[in-house]
Write a protein that binds this ligand. Sequence first.
Ligand SMILES: [Zn+2]
Ligand SMILES: [Zn+2]
Length: 137
Amino acid sequence: MSETKKGACLCGQVQYQVTGPFDVFHLCHCSQCRHSTGTAHAANIFTSPDRIEWLAGEELIKRYTPDKPGVISKCFCTHCGSLVPYTSLKSGKLIIPAGSLNEAPGILPRDNIFWRDRADWYDAGLDATHIEQFPDD
Ligand SMILES: [Zn+2]
Ligand SMILES: [Zn+2]
């Protein structure tokens, strides 16, 4: 069954829709993904490039292409800096940053990859207090 999901960048100028079902959903803790996202791990859904349709703002998307081989690339909205879907030069797969979707992707993470490389504060973060808003202090 195919299902269409919409997504957008933070400023909302880049908008897209993707049609599932998707291949796989990885949480990647590698050092490159941590630097690329600025957080603990990437949350990437993989599918084929023909599954995406850009609805708005495609001209705002910039691709970072590394100078060195073996470094991941990324695409982002030049207005707000959010990661947006892109086709991997290496695998040819469409990589959708799961957090850019406006709704549940209909697939759950299959695994945490590069687990040994995870941030040394990651495990403590999972056990930290859960609250519903920004704290007072
Ligand atoms: Zn944006
Ligand atoms: Zn990674």
